[in-house]
Ligand binder design. Structure first.
Ligand SMILES: [Cu+2]
Length: 152
Protein backbone atom coordinates (compact mmCIF):
# COMPACT_ATOMS: atom_id res chain seq x y z
CA UNK A 1 0.00 0.00 0.00
CA UNK A 2 2.73 2.46 0.96
CA UNK A 3 4.78 1.34 -1.99
CA UNK A 4 2.04 2.43 -4.37
CA UNK A 5 1.83 5.81 -2.64
CA UNK A 6 5.59 6.19 -2.93
CA UNK A 7 5.47 5.59 -6.67
CA UNK A 8 2.73 8.19 -7.07
CA UNK A 9 4.77 10.71 -5.09
CA UNK A 10 7.94 10.09 -7.05
CA UNK A 11 5.99 10.43 -10.29
CA UNK A 12 4.59 13.75 -9.16
CA UNK A 13 8.01 15.00 -8.16
CA UNK A 14 9.48 14.08 -11.54
CA UNK A 15 6.73 16.03 -13.31
CA UNK A 16 7.53 19.04 -11.14
CA UNK A 17 11.26 18.77 -11.77
CA UNK A 18 10.71 18.57 -15.54
CA UNK A 19 8.58 21.71 -15.60
CA UNK A 20 10.93 23.84 -13.50
CA UNK A 21 10.05 24.54 -9.91
CA UNK A 22 10.85 28.24 -10.13
CA UNK A 23 7.80 29.10 -12.21
CA UNK A 24 5.17 27.23 -10.24
CA UNK A 25 4.95 27.03 -6.49
CA UNK A 26 2.59 24.09 -6.22
CA UNK A 27 0.72 23.49 -3.00
CA UNK A 28 1.73 20.38 -1.16
CA UNK A 29 5.33 20.37 -2.29
CA UNK A 30 6.76 20.80 1.18
CA UNK A 31 5.02 18.29 3.44
CA UNK A 32 5.42 15.40 1.00
CA UNK A 33 7.97 13.46 3.05
CA UNK A 34 6.31 13.88 6.45
CA UNK A 35 2.86 12.74 5.38
CA UNK A 36 3.71 9.86 3.11
CA UNK A 37 1.50 7.50 5.10
CA UNK A 38 -1.72 9.49 4.91
CA UNK A 39 -4.16 8.96 2.07
CA UNK A 40 -4.79 12.73 1.78
CA UNK A 41 -1.43 13.04 0.10
CA UNK A 42 -2.68 11.24 -2.98
CA UNK A 43 -5.33 13.90 -3.52
CA UNK A 44 -2.76 16.67 -3.21
CA UNK A 45 -0.48 15.01 -5.74
CA UNK A 46 -3.27 14.87 -8.32
CA UNK A 47 -3.79 18.61 -7.98
CA UNK A 48 -0.08 19.26 -8.48
CA UNK A 49 -0.02 17.19 -11.66
CA UNK A 50 -2.92 19.14 -13.13
CA UNK A 51 -1.09 22.40 -12.54
CA UNK A 52 1.96 21.05 -14.30
CA UNK A 53 0.07 20.07 -17.45
CA UNK A 54 -1.62 23.47 -17.67
CA UNK A 55 1.76 25.08 -18.29
CA UNK A 56 2.61 22.95 -21.31
CA UNK A 57 0.70 24.81 -24.07
CA UNK A 58 2.93 27.85 -23.54
CA UNK A 59 5.85 26.02 -25.10
CA UNK A 60 3.86 25.18 -28.24
CA UNK A 61 4.00 28.76 -29.54
CA UNK A 62 6.83 29.54 -31.94
CA UNK A 63 9.09 32.40 -30.92
CA UNK A 64 8.41 35.68 -32.69
CA UNK A 65 11.41 36.68 -34.81
CA UNK A 66 12.23 38.45 -38.06
CA UNK A 67 11.37 36.29 -41.07
CA UNK A 68 9.07 34.00 -39.09
CA UNK A 69 5.59 33.36 -40.50
CA UNK A 70 2.65 31.21 -39.58
CA UNK A 71 1.00 28.89 -42.07
CA UNK A 72 -2.03 30.27 -43.93
CA UNK A 73 -5.05 30.28 -41.65
CA UNK A 74 -8.59 29.49 -42.73
CA UNK A 75 -11.66 30.73 -40.90
CA UNK A 76 -11.45 29.92 -37.15
CA UNK A 77 -7.83 28.74 -37.40
CA UNK A 78 -5.43 30.08 -34.78
CA UNK A 79 -1.70 30.70 -34.57
CA UNK A 80 0.39 31.65 -31.52
CA UNK A 81 3.76 33.31 -31.04
CA UNK A 82 5.68 33.95 -27.84
CA UNK A 83 7.46 37.33 -27.53
CA UNK A 84 10.53 36.78 -25.39
CA UNK A 85 12.78 39.55 -26.70
CA UNK A 86 12.20 43.20 -25.88
CA UNK A 87 11.81 45.40 -28.97
CA UNK A 88 9.41 46.22 -31.79
CA UNK A 89 7.95 43.60 -34.09
CA UNK A 90 6.31 44.62 -37.35
CA UNK A 91 3.64 42.09 -38.15
CA UNK A 92 1.85 41.70 -41.49
CA UNK A 93 -0.26 39.25 -43.47
CA UNK A 94 1.61 37.75 -46.44
CA UNK A 95 -1.40 37.42 -48.79
CA UNK A 96 -2.51 40.99 -47.93
CA UNK A 97 0.56 43.08 -47.04
CA UNK A 98 -1.65 46.10 -46.31
CA UNK A 99 -2.74 44.23 -43.18
CA UNK A 100 -0.23 45.34 -40.55
CA UNK A 101 0.23 45.73 -36.84
CA UNK A 102 3.03 46.37 -34.39
CA UNK A 103 3.90 44.42 -31.25
CA UNK A 104 6.04 46.34 -28.75
CA UNK A 105 7.70 44.16 -26.13
CA UNK A 106 8.69 46.12 -23.05
CA UNK A 107 9.87 45.08 -19.61
CA UNK A 108 7.16 45.96 -17.07
CA UNK A 109 4.30 46.33 -19.58
CA UNK A 110 0.92 45.72 -17.95
CA UNK A 111 -0.27 43.30 -20.64
CA UNK A 112 1.22 39.82 -20.24
CA UNK A 113 0.33 36.16 -20.19
CA UNK A 114 -1.98 35.01 -22.97
CA UNK A 115 -3.43 37.62 -25.32
CA UNK A 116 -6.09 36.87 -27.97
CA UNK A 117 -6.28 38.98 -31.15
CA UNK A 118 -8.25 38.58 -34.36
CA UNK A 119 -7.71 38.82 -38.08
CA UNK A 120 -11.08 40.21 -39.15
CA UNK A 121 -12.40 42.24 -42.09
CA UNK A 122 -8.97 42.18 -43.71
CA UNK A 123 -7.32 43.84 -40.71
CA UNK A 124 -5.54 43.01 -37.47
CA UNK A 125 -7.84 43.70 -34.51
CA UNK A 126 -5.18 45.98 -32.93
CA UNK A 127 -2.91 48.39 -34.78
CA UNK A 128 -0.42 48.27 -31.96
CA UNK A 129 -0.07 46.42 -28.69
CA UNK A 130 2.50 46.68 -25.89
CA UNK A 131 3.23 43.52 -23.94
CA UNK A 132 5.73 42.24 -21.37
CA UNK A 133 8.43 39.73 -22.36
CA UNK A 134 7.11 36.17 -22.33
CA UNK A 135 3.64 37.14 -23.55
CA UNK A 136 1.96 34.67 -25.90
CA UNK A 137 -0.28 36.25 -28.55
CA UNK A 138 -2.81 34.05 -30.31
CA UNK A 139 -4.42 35.31 -33.52
CA UNK A 140 -7.68 33.84 -34.81
CA UNK A 141 -8.79 34.23 -38.43
CA UNK A 142 -12.42 35.43 -38.37
CA UNK A 143 -12.67 35.91 -42.16
CA UNK A 144 -13.56 33.49 -44.89
CA UNK A 145 -10.37 34.70 -46.57
CA UNK A 146 -7.05 33.11 -45.70
CA UNK A 147 -4.65 35.23 -43.66
CA UNK A 148 -1.44 34.61 -41.80
CA UNK A 149 0.87 36.25 -39.27
CA UNK A 150 4.34 37.14 -40.59
CA UNK A 151 7.24 39.16 -39.15
CA UNK A 152 9.14 41.76 -41.17
CU1 LIG B 1 -4.69 38.60 -44.94
Amino acid sequence: MNKKLGILLIGGMLVLAACGEEDAQPAGNEPVEEEMETSEEVVEEEVVEEEATEEEPMTDAAEAAKGEASPLLSKADMTSFVFNEAGEFNVYCEPHPVMKMKVIVEEGATTSGDVALDLADYAFSEESITVAPGTVITWTDQDSAQHNVAFE
